[in-house]
Design a protein around this ligand. Structure first.
Ligand SMILES: [Zn+2]
Length: 348
């Protein structure tokens, strides 16, 4: 079974040779390859090269371009800070007043910002590994995207003070991320789309519905018309939101460390797959033996009956020793195989 076959079988709940593993590697692989982000972020060939180096070293089951929240928002007037050995972030925001919202222009994914770099990198990855390893695309969720247009603090105030303005901002945000997602599928050739929306756990359930899920649902519907599965990740304790995350059409729920995998598996009850949740702080801080043990505990909690991918609880931290990623992969391959064999025997 190659990685692509393993992920497809896992999504369908079919028998597996071991547990699939997609650690959540992004900027980490540039840093480990000794290539500064000030070059990698603009050079699709170099970006593909550092990703393939990580794949060669660790042998995980999926790869993706190194994306960030500025890739699209900088094409709309926000400013990204790209530093050699750091995560890229947005420090200046396109929307400073209500009037600015009306002036926002929808960018072209094939021409604007760093979107063409991401799509070109995906093309290279698909050409190199596309039949054996899954190449995935990613976008920010609309609320987190909007937060990178007007500032995360400001949007939290505006949700209360000027909800109408936030809805206007979300209307263009959802169009921008939708067209970037479709371009990644149509032009980059990716086989899945991951949506990251960390802002949703920072608001109440009612606001999560009104400003988050109400926009995510049509977004997921639109992307799924391309026949690609959707992974949806929200940071923090999303236990209260899991039901909603399933209702909007998510295929794979990616959960942070605060979510108990066994409880999540029970809530999902076969309606989607689950991905998680080796603690990112442990990846950066502990050693391979501890990470191996933690990975095994995740597998024990969630891999019964398949439909589970072992991953980090969020993006793999830059300080992570490579031996810790090796340990995660080894746990999925070795312990994962034994666990699935044993549980299959019990079912017979
Ligand atoms: Zn997260």
């Amino acid at each position: 079974m190659n990685s692509m076959q393993r992920l497809i079988a896992s999504g369908r709940g079919e028998p597996l040779d071991c547990v699939p593993v997609s650690p959540g590697i992004s900027t980490y692989c540039a840093v480990k390859a000794g290539q500064p982000m000030t070059r990698v972020a603009y050079d699709p060939e170099l970006m593909a090269d550092v990703i393939l180096q990580s794949l060669d070293r660790h042998g995980h089951d999926s790869v993706g371009a190194i994306s960030d929240y500025g890739v699209v928002t900088e094409a709309m007037g926000s400013r990204s800070v790209i530093r050699d050995w750091e995560q890229t972030y947005v420090d200046r925001f396109a929307v400073k007043s209500k009037a600015d919202v009306a002036h926002l222009r929808l960018p072209d994914p094939l021409q604007d910002g760093r979107m063409p770099v991401i799509i070109e990198c995906q093309k290279i990855l698909v050409a190199k590994v596309g039949n054996s390893v899954s190449v995935g695309g990613s976008i920010p969720g609309p609320l987190s995207f909007a937060a990178n247009l007007c500032g995360p603090q400001r949007i939290l105030y505006d949700l209360v003070d000027d909800p109408e303005m936030v809805h206007d901002l979300l209307a263009i945000s959802v169009e921008a991320v939708n067209s970037f997602a479709l371009a990644q599928v149509d032009h980059g050739g990716v086989r899945s789309i991951s949506i990251f929306d960390p802002m949703i756990t920072m608001v109440s359930n009612r606001m999560a519905d009104e400003f988050g899920f109400a926009y995510i649902q049509p977004l997921i519907k639109s992307i799924k018309e391309r026949n690609v599965p959707i992974l949806f990740h929200i940071c923090g304790d999303t236990t209260r939101l899991l039901e909603r995350m399933i209702e909007v059409g998510t295929d794979i729920l990616s959960v942070d460390v605060e979510v108990d995998l066994a409880e999540a598996k029970e809530i999902i009850s076969g309606r989607a797959s689950l991905s998680g949740n080796v603690a990112t702080q442990n990846l950066a801080r502990l050693g391979p033996e501890e990470i191996y043990q933690e990975s095994c505990r995740c597998i024990e909690k969630a891999a019964l009956g398949g439909r589970f991918t072992l991953s980090a609880s969020c993006e793999v931290p830059l300080e992570t020793p490579p031996e810790n990623i090796d340990a995660m992969v080894r746990a999925a391959r070795e312990f994962g195989r034994e666990f699935l064999e044993k549980s299959a025997d019990r079912e017979v």
